[in-house]
Write a protein that binds this ligand. Structure first.
Ligand code: PNS
Length: 172
């Protein structure tokens, strides 16, 4: 009878995980996942991807500043940036797993692809947290669009982010 392939090494390590994303800007949905990840792990590093594929509404520095502000009450959460491959950042910073939120089935295919590739590349695990259904429709691009055309996004983002969105986009 064959025995299961059980991995037992590394059990005593600090559980440092990464919550990566674009965060342009951070929403209440992101905060829900970050705070729940912080309850489950020793350290959570929220990392803003700084690869220059597309221009955001906010600069990477502005996104980091907003994230630092809205996570300041979470003592085991830090905010940083990364360039290049996420798995390389994880290796360099002794991060054992990536934590992502799953909102709906529509997220699944994309997230699964990245999770499997990241494991294949560097044996970095991905852990999924099921989004609070209250936020299952919430994404940064929708928030920006609603705000651009004068809709009310005050219940979807932290107050500081709401103020910055008003300043940047106003009501069209
Ligand atoms: O908020 P997003 O846009 O879903 O974040 C995507 C992000 C930044 C987490 C993802 O694009 C990423 O990890 N980019 C880094 C480049 C990389 O490692 N690519 C290989 C993924 S298998």
């Amino acid at each position: 009878m064959g025995s299961a392939n059980v991995v037992t090494e590394g059990r005593d390590r600090v559980r440092r995980v990464a919550c990566p994303g674009s965060f342009d800007p951070v929403t209440n949905g992101h905060l829900d996942i970050i705070s729940r990840a912080a309850l489950l792990h020793d350290e959570v590093i929220v990392v803003v991807g700084a690869n220059q594929s597309k221009q955001g509404l906010f600069t990477v520095e502005e996104r980091v500043a907003m994230l630092r502000d809205v996570t300041s009450g979470l003592k085991n959460v830090e905010v940083g940036t990364f360039r290049g491959l996420l798995v390389q950042y994880c290796k360099d910073n002794d991060i054992s797993a990536i934590v992502k939120g799953l909102r709906a089935v529509s997220d699944f295919e994309y997230e699964m692809e990245m999770a499997q590739m990241n494991y294949r590349l560097a044996e970095i695990e991905t852990l999924f947290i099921a989004a609070n259904p209250v936020y299952s429709f919430l994404r940064s691009s929708l928030v920006k669009e609603i705000c651009r055309y004068g809709g009310d996004v005050s219940s979807l983002v932290p107050e500081l982010v709401f103020d910055q969105l008003q300043e940047r986009l106003g009501s069209a």
